[in-house]
Design a protein around this ligand. Structure first.
Ligand SMILES: Nc1ncnc2c1ncn2[C@@H]1O[C@H](COP(=O)(O)OP(=O)(O)OP(=O)(O)O)[C@@H](O)[C@H]1O
Length: 678
């Protein structure tokens, strides 16, 4: 490097564009001649520029009187440096230079500036002091959709509606980072005044299209919003959720996971699944990248869970694993609940369909228990045919009611329903009762008498207590049933009969057939459609509605105001076993309604043996202690009452109580009535 030569700029206007062009032209000429490169160093800030760079020279804004230094990059080029220094310190007369060369340099530089402007990615608009556009670069064209041709030479506000460059021209205050809409784009712009010699000679706006940024940030906002929603869901679902990243590190577990797995998130989050569950399904899915559904896992703490584990695949790449698990006990509980509910629904549907199937004529029979409805459903179906029906059931279970129901539901309903109580009629009279007799058939037969079969013609005959019929009569009945015709006693002609037969008994006919006291052929002829009526103790759920039914029926019968029954009294009745079934219950209600002076039947209005089932007042009052220590000796009647009450409490039926006490059931019933035990 050669020596530096100091130069003082004496030119009054400093180094402006034309002068710079002249310097560049001189520098190029000297560089060519001396085969070196020449540089200028400014004293003010020590900045160095090449002497042949027009843009750098102009930007240095070297003024009159400033000190600069000139040097070369080669040794022994003093001549070149001296010549250059002499030129710089001169007066820059145009004649000194080749004018064409200078024009070319200026032209090239202007073109270079345009290129620079166009290569800027930001929009650039320059206006003069009249707000007329002098620069409108390519980016400005792209962002505004206006061509430079349309814009140049026009007032800025004619081209861009809301341009604020005029404000900058007026105030000289720059506007930084202003957001503005141009057409469909959103831009952010800086507007700066151009000041020369203290005067505003124009303004420049540089701007950037941020529409994409805006839509990205709104997308970001909605993604954030979505993420918050997901977070909320994850935190609140009942399923345990666990997420692993692509490397197998646990990144998230939700509160349900902590609860079900009985673990705190700090214990697992940020740990590799290998540490937490090395042989588990999550590890397997991480390795194999295939989902596993419905896996049942028994945890060490005894919890049984069902898990679905899936790989998270994004753009075909494994991005992590998510597991969703549920405590199986919960599912089991729900499944059991569903099973229970569907069994209940099925039962209710069956009950309902039974009720629907039952003819209205059976509405007089109160009760909605399954066993009763089943019996009534069979009876109702039987009423659609002429088949013989055998009704079985303990005394007082409603056999006659059902027989009537069948008759009134049948096509024979407008014809007679005739009841014959086979046990109430002496054996020798039953034949004439059933089949009638001719005048003079026997002593006392002073005129012809029609039998019940003839009276029931086209209707129904109800043979109650058929088990009490003697064998001779059984044979005669069988013949009539088989032949569908009869002869009156003492008569000669056969009379055809069209009668529907319903028989009933509370006796064990099968046992009687075995013992030979009931004809098996008659048994089979009668037992075409068997209807089994359940005893009241097997359908205690019906007690409240039957009680209500009788209270209503009896109050209406006696024309008294409707009464009620106390909860305790009803509870006693529900606890009692009802050996006399519905008939007994009806009697007790009638008795209670007669005894009570209140609006309500209470425990005190019930027979004592009913209360005892619930530990109410009753037997204890009647219980008698027989002592030998001079206590008062009870009367015989007191002892008898007490014994009867105890026997009835224990055995629940007159028959069995009678057996226990060694007396027959009729005596038990009579004495129970006498002592007010029923
Ligand atoms: N389910 C019922 N709903 C309403 N009343 C009933 C019901 N069951 C029986 N009863 C009534 O009970 C009493 C006895 O009924 P029913 O005479 O039909 O019984 P039973 O079985 O024929 O008795 P027994 O074998 O002693 O002749 C009648 O007053 C009857 O109205």
């Amino acid at each position: 490097m050669g020596k530096e030569i100091q130069v003082k700029i004496t030119y009054s206007k400093g180094i402006h564009t034309r002068v710079a062009a002249m310097i560049v032209q001189k520098c190029q000429e000297l560089m060519k001649k001396y085969q070196c490169r020449l540089f200028i160093r400014r004293e003010r800030d020590n900045s160095v520029i090449p002497g042949n760079s027009m843009l750098a020279l102009v930007s240095m804004k070297i003024t009159e009187g400033e000190i600069i230094y000139v040097f070369s990059d080669q040794d022994r080029t003093e001549e070149a440096v001296e010549a250059f220094a002499a030129f710089l310190g001169g007066s820059f007369q145009l004649e000194q230079c080749n004018l064409d060369e200078i024009d070319n340099i200026i032209q090239h530089n202007t073109l270079a500036s345009e290129k620079v402007f166009d290569s800027i990615v930001n929009g650039l608009i320059v206006v003069d002091h009249n707000n007329v556009i002098s620069v409108f670069n390519k980016a400005a064209e792209r962002i505004t959709g206006i061509t430079a041709k349309e814009a140049l030479g026009k007032e800025a506000n004619d081209i861009i509606d809301n341009s604020k460059l005029y404000e900058v021209l007026e105030t000289g205050i720059e506007q930084i980072a202003f957001k503005q809409r141009i057409g469909s784009s959103t831009i952010v712009t800086n507007r700066t005044p151009i000041i020369a010699d203290g005067k505003i000679i124009g303004a420049v706006a540089t701007f950037q299209d941020i529409s994409e940024l805006e839509s990205l940030s709104s997308e970001l906002r909605s993604v954030q919003d979505l993420q918050q929603r997901f977070q909320h869901i994850l935190e609140n679902v009942d399923d345990a959720i666990c997420m692993l990243d692509r490397n197998g590190v646990i990144t998230y577990v939700n509160p349900a996971y902590e609860r079900i797995m009985k673990i705190q998130q700090e214990e697992v989050v940020n740990k590799h699944i290998r540490e937490v569950s090395p042989t588990g399904i999550r590890m397997q899915v991480l390795k194999e990248k295939t989902p596993q559904y419905g896996k049942i896992i028994r945890k060490e703490n005894g919890t049984e869970i069902i898990a679905n584990v899936s790989p998270i695949i994004i753009d075909g790449e494994m991005n992590g694993v998510v597991s969703l698990s549920k405590e199986i006990t919960e599912i089991k509980r729900l499944a059991e609940k569903i099973e229970e509910l569907s069994a209940k629904t099925k039962y209710l549907q069956e009950e309902l369909s039974k009720k629907h199937e039952i003819n209205k004529s059976f509405d007089i029979i109160v009760g909605k228990s399954g066993v009763l409805l089943e019996a009534l459903s069979i009876a109702s179906k039987a009423s659609e045919t002429d088949a013989t029906v055998l009704i079985r059931g303990e005394s007082g279970t409603g056999k006659e009611l059902v027989a009537k129901g069948i008759h009134y539901a049948s096509s024979r309903k407008n014809r007679p329903f005739i009841r014959v109580n086979c046990s109430a009629i002496p054996h020798n009279l039953l034949e004439s009762e059933l089949f009638g007799y001719e005048k003079g058939a026997f002593t006392g037969a002073i005129k012809q008498k029609l039998g019940k079969f003839e009276l029931a013609d086209e209707g129904t005959i109800f043979l109650d207590e058929i088990g009490d019929m003697d064998k001779e009569m059984q044979a005669k009945l069988l013949r009539v049933l088989q032949e569908r015709e009869l002869e009156r006693i003492g008569g000669t002609k056969t009379i055809p009969i069209s009668v529907r037969v319903i028989a009933a008994t509370n006796r064990n006919l099968e046992e009687m057939v075995e013992q030979g006291t009931f004809r098996s052929d008659l048994y089979y002829r009668l037992n075409v459609i068997p209807v089994m009526l359940p005893p009241l103790r097997l359908r205690k759920g019906d007690i409240p509605i039957i009680v209500e039914h009788f209270i209503h029926k009896i109050c209406s019968k006696y024309g008294i105001s409707q009464k009620r029954i106390s909860k305790e009294a009803l509870a006693c009745m529900e606890a009692y076993d009802w050996p006399g079934n519905v008939r007994e219950l009806e009697n007790i209600i009638e008795r209670g309604l007669t005894l009570t002076r209140d609006e309500m039947i209470t425990v005190g209005d019930l027979p004592t043996y009913i209360g005892i089932e619930k530990g109410e007042a009753g037997f204890r009052e009647t219980a008698v202690t027989i002592g030998e220590d001079g206590d008062k000796i009870p009367t015989l009647e007191e002892v008898e009452k007490s014994l009867l009450a105890l026997a009835l409490k224990k055995h629940k039926s007159f028959h069995r109580a009678g057996k226990a006490l060694g007396i027959n059931h009729k005596t038990v019933a009579a004495k129970a009535r006498k002592y007010n035990l029923i």
